[in-house]
Design a protein around this ligand. Sequence first.
Ligand code: UDP
Length: 326
Amino acid sequence: MAKILVTGGAGYIGSHTVQFLLRAGHDVTVADSLVRGFAHNVPPGLLRQVDLTDTPSLIPLLDGVDAVIHFAAYIAVGESTKLPELHFWNNSAGSISLLNAMAQTGVSKIVFSSTAAVYGTVDVSPLPETLPMAPENPYGESKATVERILDWMDRCRGIRSVRLRYFNACGAEPGLGIGEEHDPETHLIPLIFRAIESGKPITVFGNDYPTLDGTCIRDYVHVSDLATAHLAALNWLSSGGATGAYNCGTGHGHSVLEVIRAVEEATGRTVPYVVGPRREGDPARLVADATRLKTQLGWTPRYTDLREIVRTAWEFEQFRLARRSA
Ligand code: UDP
């Protein structure tokens, strides 16, 4: 059993990881500003409401902590292009503040939520970690900056890190009442559900990409598999593993139209959609080469079928709607 501080544990991936940490018997504290996260995602008694840029308030939370899992961040790419300073402050400065507090308290292990967005647009598929980081939006840059700082924190301060570069997180762990909910919602699968519920068509962002059906291809990875990747990363660091970056995806890509079809098959409902223009900054194809995570850290994703993944997301959607009308 280890004592783990989870920043951003009231968010989507963070709250799932907290559940898996608890199941594994760890002692968990959640630090979350609740600006984007939800208190209802955190089991009673674990939540400390704190802003990561407030370094002094982090010091007591790090007392006796073995490792930090650092999710807290703003994630909307569109927002980051309009308000880059917000993303650099919250994501990069917040991380520096956390690392400052870790250095002061002697906590020397951190698992960091990074993103496929650090690669930018590359004509390679699947993407290996050996590609250079070349983000194309402030969100990706805010994460790439922290990745580089983490390297220096290891070299100069002995703080070792695992950076998990998430591809497209989706789905929900069944039966927990936690899942993907953002405000405003910008992600594909929840927006497809909204289209089913409202009858208002979702817009497919472009069908003139150089892919089989012309729509963008992404690597949709189940959030519970992302959660277990964090436990594998903790094990790696606890057993003396070196600092490194790891892609977190299934290695299989699906187009937007394939996702729509999978939702129709999983839910038995028709998805109304229209095709619109491309969304700025969307690469045609982002698929992970996750060999390093599987072979070095022993990660085995449980979910391989997109329809099954979507079914778990749909189950959470029913829960969310029931909670809203309760
Ligand atoms: N997408 C879409 N319509 C929407 C939202 C998303 O066609 O209303 C597409 C988007 O262009 C991308 C994929 O769905 O190819 C996944 O987008 P999302 O925003 O969920 O995640 P991202 O890949 O941007 O991290």
